[in-house]
Write a protein that binds this ligand. Sequence first.
Ligand code: CDP
Length: 206
Amino acid sequence: MKFTVAIDGPAAAGKGTLSKRVAEEFGFAHLDTGLLYRATGARVLAGADSVEAATSLEPEDMERDDLRTTAVAQAASKVAAIPEVRAALVQFQRDFARREGGAVLDGRDIGTVICPDADVKLFVTASDAVRAERRYLELSANGHEVTREGVLRDLTERDARDRDRETAPMAAAEDAVVIDTSDMFIHDAVAAATRVVRARIKAVSD
Ligand code: CDP
């Protein structure tokens, strides 16, 4: 069976956790597409050309342990605005989305550009303050030296760049279900997402 769940939204809205849990719940594979841009950005910070870096990404590039830093996140959002970089990463994502057994992809343009025919589209969002606090706690817990102000600045800068770029800007697809997680526990957000996916699976199999 092929079944694609597209999950988009701004930085640190909870897409990662939500996507992982939805994938686990239904036995689908999960692709964090942000990692493709982060791995490209990391290679550029190390001196590579952006398009060359995106074209020659290897699985081990996605396993580097420095991909979660603010510097790499910023580099990711800069390379993500380059049309040739995005073009180099399209086919891999589309192939992943159409694999047998179902797939969940999270990113910024999954429901709009990568998989406009996805079976389910979710747009996960939360207030700036809530997203910054969550990301601050996550990075500090993982030993990163960050401040609340620095994290908030990174998120708002990247959101603006991601929303305003010409190629594949971050946007909710017209047919996306919007989940605002500002006042939700992760458990409730997962339950809401799971309900939408289950209803759709039922509808396509009836
Ligand atoms: O984890 P967080 O939401 O902070 O970021 P991410 O999903 O790892 O994405 C890092 C950066 O990659 C974003 O700020 C975007 O610029 C870019 N990105 C994108 O342009 N398109 C995607 N499908 C995924 C990420």
